[in-house]
Design a protein around this ligand. Structure first.
Ligand SMILES: NC(=O)c1ccc[n+]([C@@H]2O[C@H](COP(=O)([O-])OP(=O)(O)OC[C@H]3O[C@@H](n4cnc5c(N)ncnc54)[C@H](O)[C@@H]3O)[C@@H](O)[C@H]2O)c1
Length: 386
């Protein structure tokens, strides 16, 4: 018989889209095989009573419900917090959570701007024992995981070029009502980069690729949206961003193009990475979630793409048979397992791990450089962004 699992008692702050996703992950923990840890959601906080209602009806382990997050921070039963609130609240809430002595899985972009991100990292300096990570789940898809294994094994040879991106099209509809994610005051000046960029940078940063400079093209395509009461209001965030970067791996430079788009006709939550190398090239996209495409190359040999169906082979083994498909909620479950494993056991996978605060700081340097690049119409060296 396996030992009783260590329970990590969580409070959730922000019971919206992502807060509910975490509740569903915790409810499906039995999907994971033989782990010696499990999360239990014991408290929830949201300023919107309707959001709290859903939790009260659906999460039987909840013992504390509050509209004031500070009450959760005073609760000694809570060991860790998952915080999923609008970006303008990240700095205040994340700092308070860290200061309270609780562990934190926060959401991207981990501060509305670079100054807010710096403030969060400053707080961490005083609480080095806190396990603080930023959510980003797509690299836990088996195809992305395989790409990460290949990079780790040095299978690509010298990297020729990289493209990575995260593409949506829901904002193509100009009649979609505005929400906090489409206003600079609450989403931030980064616009789509703040929303989608950490996901795109997760693997490049984890691979240790050094981003030297960036030339950005930013677009604001839909400039007004209905406010839900029949009035058109300004929609002032960047819809799309294309960042042409010069990166390097082991001192060898290569071009890397990063795309973050809310308006890319036809795409719905498409996260992808494509790496071309002198010995191996490969591509994974969530558009074809069970497929990986790769091409080995040896001098003088033929070149041809191999399309392979990848089995359900996840970082943390599950009850699902390998003949079945993996999906978005599975990637969240895997990311949560990785976070809890770090918290409970200090165990970190060498292949794919949760985004660290230092990596969010790197991402903020890229986004800040991109804003300057577009404003001034020039390439910006990351070394000039402190
Ligand atoms: N990892 C992912 O794939 C993913 C996907 C979407 C969003 N996100 C991120 O998650 C975070 C939240 O996004 P969302 O889509 O869940 O937004 P949401 O609007 O659905 O939920 C946010 C919740 O925060 C609540 N809130 C606002 N102010 C609060 C306060 N002071 N105290 C407590 N609650 C408060 C709101 O009432 C709302 O219920 C953002 O940082 C976003 O970028 C991550």
């Amino acid at each position: 018989m396996t030992a009783v699992a260590r329970t990590i008692r969580f409070g959730i702050i922000g019971a919206g889209l992502m807060g509910r996703e975490f509740a569903s992950v915790a409810a499906r923990w039995c999907h994971l095989l033989d782990l010696d840890f499990k999360p239990e959601i014991v408290a929830v906080c949201d300023s919107n009573p309707e959001a709290l209602d859903w939790f009260v009806r659906n999460v039987p382990t909840i013992r504390q419900v509050s509209a004031n997050y500070e009450e959760l921070l005073e609760n000694p039963d809570i060991e860790a917090i998952y915080c999923a609130v609008p970006h303008h609240l990240h700095e205040l809430l994340y700092r308070d959570i860290i200061r309270s002595g609780k562990h934190l899985l926060g959401e991207k972009p981990f501060g509305i701007d670079q100054e807010a991100n710096r403030g969060i990292l400053k707080e961490l300096e005083h609480h080095p024992q806190a396990v603080v990570r930023c959510a980003s789940e797509f690299p836990f898809f088996p195809g992305a995981y395989k790409m990460a294994q290949w990079v780790r094994e040095g299978r690509f040879g010298s990297i020729i070029e990289v493209e990575a991106g995260f593409l949506h099209s829901s904002d193509l509809n100009p009649l979609k009502p505005i929400n906090w994610k489409r206003r600079t005051a609450t989403n931030g000046e980064y616009g789509c980069m703040g929303d989608l960029g950490v996901h795109v940078l997760h693997l490049p940063l984890q691979f240790g690729w050094n981003i030297r400079n960036v030339r950005a093209l930013l677009s604001n395509i839909v400039k007004e949206r209905p406010d839900g009461h029949g009035v058109m209001v300004p929609c002032d965030t960047w819809d799309n961003a294309i960042l042409a970067c010069e990166a390097s791996a082991d001192g060898q430079p290569f071009p890397m193009v990063l795309s973050m788009k809310r308006i890319d006709p036809g795409h719905a939550n498409t996260w992808f990475i494509r790496v071309k190398g002198t010995q191996w090239s490969a591509e994974f996209s969530t558009q074809y979630p069970k497929q990986i495409k790769y091409m080995p190359y040896a001098p003088g040999h033929v070149m041809g793409w191999i399309y392979e169906d990848i089995p359900y082979a996840s970082a943390y083994p599950t009850v699902t048979g390998s003949i079945f498909e993996f999906g978005f909620s599975d990637s969240l479950l895997q990311m949560w397992a990785a976070y809890c494993d770090e918290l409970a056991n200090g165990r970190i996978s060498p292949v794919v791990r949760c985004v660290t605060p230092e990596q969010t700081a790197e991402a903020h340097r890229v986004f800040t450089a991109a804003l300057i690049s577009y404003r001034e119409g020039r390439t910006v060296e990351l070394g000039d962004i402190s």
